[in-house]
Design a protein around this ligand. Structure first.
Ligand code: HEM
Length: 403
């Protein structure tokens, strides 16, 4: 069956390939995909919700270990370093580190950030509101989560621009506009790690009430992160907490432009803000896919998966699965329940930033409703050339400030 579900330029042109993913779900839900013209090695494409959940929840069968969760392999010399990053660990190593960092990301800890998140949003809107026009991505959606992460780790305001440009390189898409070679990414990773080591030294010397400080202290059982693990965690936060929320916000705004009835519905019924963020994450699926490696021979929906095979979970497809969602192709901000798996299929790697991302998206859409309710699209939304992140890199908007 001929489908094209990985060519980055296709994602740039049309967003994720809905039609091909739908065909796979119906005709070949666990599908061996191999394209001799592509550099991407063959893999099993898993497109049904139940199967993505199964793969996510069985790390003893489907490993996240170093080589790697995306299509690009790490260079040999980088593998040892990336093995210290939670995203590329398996239990029990992962379990230990995850338990340790979880305490910084509980709903209670995140709730404490709400005022700050609101403040960041207000300041960004202050910067553009009287102009009447802006680039939604550059001026609002991109700096918003970045400034929140900077606050979270206690990075000083004057470092934000530097951290912003590092994070753009690190996401390392296939987009020539950001054209990051593996060498660029390696150099920037080294700079971020150096920065994180300096941050750790400052916090040890002068503790503050921030997550960085709490992650440097041992937990009740005396566990602590090594200096390198701490630095890799900061690097992970900059990657995982930025591009995702940025594209949730931009893709969500675009969804409202394409479904103006839903924006009007939200203006009329502000209570629907409670379910809006999750529908935005389902609809946009900012993280399109993650890859695992089979540790043993196993079977999925009758297909024989061999030890060492790569298995790719398409969250974007699972979030449109007709067996789970009523009218999956309808953007419905009142959808409740909404068991989407945009934050992962519920296994050990389930997104650490779920509560934070939900809060950020909720606050941002609330502020936009309050301060520029007539926001409208004023030009083409240009998409990112990437099969990993469902991203928008530019989206001109116009608005008039609310009275
Ligand atoms: C992991 C999505 C925001 C931190 C993940 C995973 C997904 C995801 C799909 C992998 C789950 C799995 O393998 O089962 C998203 C989306 C976001 C978002 C769609 C925004 C709309 C954030 C934020 C942060 C964050 C704001 C940080 C503050 C992480 C971390 C991991 C992760 C650290 C790795 C967890 C682990 O390996 O145990 N995210 N994320 N994410 N996310 Fe998020």
């Amino acid at each position: 069956m001929a489908v094209d579900i990985i060519t980055p330029a296709l994602y740039e042109a049309r967003g994720f390939p809905d039609e091909d993913l739908r065909r796979l779900r119906h005709e070949s839900p666990v599908h061996w995909h191999e394209d001799p013209h592509s550099q991407v090695p063959g893999f099993w494409a898993v497109t049904k919700y139940a199967d993505v959940v199964h793969v996510s929840r069985h790390p003893e069968l489907f490993s996240s270990h170093a080589r790697t969760s995306m299509f690009e392999e790490f260079a040999d010399e980088d593998v040892a370093l990336y093995q210290l990053m939670m995203l590329f660990m398996d239990p029990p190593q992962h379990t230990r580190q995850r338990a340790f960092v979880n305490r910084g990301f509980t709903p209670r800890m995140i709730k404490q950030l709400e005022e700050h998140i609101r403040d960041v949003g207000h300041r960004l809107i202050d910067g553009v509101v009287t102009r009447g026009e802006a680039c939604f991505v550059r001026d609002i959606a991109a700096p918003f989560p970045l400034y929140v992460i900077c606050e979270l780790i206690g990075a000083p305001v004057e470092d934000r621009e530097q951290i912003f440009s590092w994070s753009n390189v690190l996401v390392g898409s296939n987009d020539p506009e950001y054209a990051t070679s593996p060498e660029d990414a390696r150099e920037v990773s080294a700079q971020v790690l150096q920065y994180a080591h300096e941050l750790a030294a400052r916090r040890r010397h002068q503790p503050r009430d921030d997550i960085a400080t709490s992650l440097l202290e041992p937990d009740a059982d005396g566990n602590r992160l090594s200096a390198d693990e701490f630095a890799m965690f900061i690097l992970l936060l900059l990657i995982a907490g930025n591009e995702t929320t940025r594209n949730g916000a931009s893709g969500g705004m675009l969804a409202f432009f394409q479904h103006p009835d839903q924006w009007r519905r939200l203006i009329r019924n502000r209570g629907l803000i409670r379910t809006t963020a999750d529908e935005v994450v389902r609809w946009v699926s900012p993280v399109n896919l993650f890859r695992r490696t089979a540790l043993h021979d196993t079977e999925l929906r009758g297909r024989r998966i061999r030890e060492g095979d790569k298995v790719v979970m398409f969250y974007s497809s699972a979030n449109r699965d007709e067996d789970v969602f009523e009218d999956p192709y309808t953007f419905d901000i009142g959808r409740d329940p909404n068991p989407h798996i945009g934050f992962g299929g519920g296994g050990p790697h389930f997104c650490l930033g779920t509560h934070l991302a939900r809060l950020e998206l909720t606050v941002l859409f609330e502020l936009l409703l309050d301060r520029m309710p007539d926001i409208r699209q004023a030009g083409e939304a240009r998409r990112l050339r990437s099969n990993f992140i469902n991203g928008i890199k530019e989206m001109p908007v116009r608005f008039t400030p609310a009275e």
